[in-house]
Design a protein around this ligand. Structure first.
Ligand code: SF4
Ligand code: SF4
Length: 128
């Protein structure tokens, strides 16, 4: 699948219509993880709409998103950037041998303060 087909696939599985974006930046302005993400929610929308998906696929920005949905709440056009980010993440982990988190990684990071639910969520988010 080439990059434009991948971009179409990401739009299809996310259900996001990137053309609705006004580029107002409210999604990015409300993102609590702005500092930690190389690319921000408005850029996910813009890059996928304008043929720059390769930048997102080379970055770990999709894995830095906390799926808090603040960007979804703030968007005046109901674009739902977080769903697009989730679809990029899925695209990345579905590539061959691209599981982001392996069971042995969890063992190394286990500690008494880590809720069990966080482990289950991480496995769902970072593996296929
Ligand atoms: S869902 Fe992700 S991109 Fe959107 S505001 Fe939260 S951390 Fe930022
Ligand atoms: S808040 Fe919505 S309309 Fe504004 S830049 Fe973000 S996705 Fe586009």
């Amino acid at each position: 699948m080439d990059l434009s087909e991948q971009a179409e696939n990401i739009k299809r599985i996310s259900g996001v219509d990137t053309k609705k974006c006004l580029r107002c930046g409210k999604c990015t302005a409300s993102c609590p993880n702005y500092e930690d993400m190389e690319y921000h929610p408005h850029q996910f929308v813009y890059f996928i709409e304008n043929g720059y998906l390769d930048r997102l696929l080379k970055s770990d920005a999709a894995f830095r998103c906390m799926t808090c949905f603040a960007c979804v709440e703030r968007c005046p056009r109901d674009v739902k950037p977080a769903k697009l980010i989730e679809a990029v993440r899925l695209t990345l982990v579905r590539q061959k041998d691209s599981n982001r988190l392996k069971p042995y990684d969890i063992i190394e990071n286990l500690n008494a303060d880590l809720p069990q639910q966080a482990i289950v969520s991480a496995m769902r988010k970072y593996t296929k």
